[in-house]
Design a protein around this ligand. Structure first.
Ligand code: SF4
Ligand code: SF4
Length: 172
C-alpha cells in the first residue's frame, strides 16, 4: 500500500517538472525568428558564393580576365573569358561562370585576385530545383545590376545583340 502511494506521488512529479520547464520558457526571450518575415544579422565573416566587384566610378566589373582565380581554384569551378575592346589598354571580362555545386568556399580565388575584383557575397538563402541553376553567370548578374543601378554619370555598355541564324529545313 505504501509503495503504491509512493509510486503515484512520483508519477505526478515528472509532468510537474515538464510543466515547470515549459512555463519558464514562456517568459524567456525567443532565440528563433519568423523567417522569411524576419532574418538574422549575417556575421561579418560570412561567406556566400563569390561575386564580381563593380568599379564605383564606371559601374563595370573591375575584373580584366587575367584568369588567376580560375587557375587558383582547386575545384575547377571558375571559367573566365575576356576581350580587349577598341581604345582600351587591357582586357575586360566578358564571361565569368561559377559552378557553385563544386565550390567549397575555400577562398583561394579571392586571395589570388590581386585587383580585389571578386569577393564573397552575402547570399545565404539559395534554393533551386536543379543543379544547373547553381551554375552562376556572375558577369551577366553584374551587368544586370549595373543597368538597374548605374553610377551617376557612367556610360553603361548595352549587351551585344544576339545573332540568330536561320536554319534551313528541307521540304519533305
Ligand atoms: S577576378 Fe581577379 S583574378 Fe579572376 S580573372 Fe578577374 S582580375 Fe583576374
Ligand atoms: S571559393 Fe574556392 S572552391 Fe570556390 S570558386 Fe573560389 S577557389 Fe574555387
Amino acid at each position: 500500500m505504501k509503495r503504491a502511494l509512493t509510486e503515484r506521488v512520483l508519477g505526478f512529479r515528472s509532468p510537474l517538472i515538464g510543466l515547470w520547464i515549459t512555463l519558464r520558457q514562456v517568459f524567456q526571450r525567443p532565440v528563433t525568428v519568423q523567417y522569411p518575415h524576419e532574418t538574422l544579422k549575417i556575421p561579418a565573416r560570412f561567406r556566400g558564393h563569390i561575386e564580381l566587384v563593380r568599379d564605383p566610378a564606371t559601374g563595370k566589373a573591375i575584373c580584366f580576365a587575367c584568369k588567376s582565380c580560375e587557375k587558383a581554384c582547386p575545384s575547377d569551378c571558375i571559367s573566365v573569358e575576356g576581350m580587349k575592346f577598341e581604345g582600351e589598354k587591357r582586357k575586360s571580362v566578358t564571361e565569368f561562370k561559377l559552378d557553385f555545386t563544386k565550390c567549397s568556399l575555400c577562398g583561394s580565388c579571392v586571395e589570388a585576385c590581386k585587383s580585389n575584383a571578386i569577393r564573397f557575397s552575402r547570399a545565404y538563402n539559395l534554393a533551386a530545383t536543379s543543379k544547373e541553376e547553381f551554375i552562376l553567370d556572375l558577369f551577366q548578374r553584374l551587368e544586370a545590376e549595373a543597368r538597374a543601378n548605374p553610377p551617376v554619370g557612367a556610360v553603361v555598355r548595352e549587351p551585344e545583340p544576339v545573332k540568330v541564324e536561320a536554319v534551313k529545313t528541307e521540304a519533305k
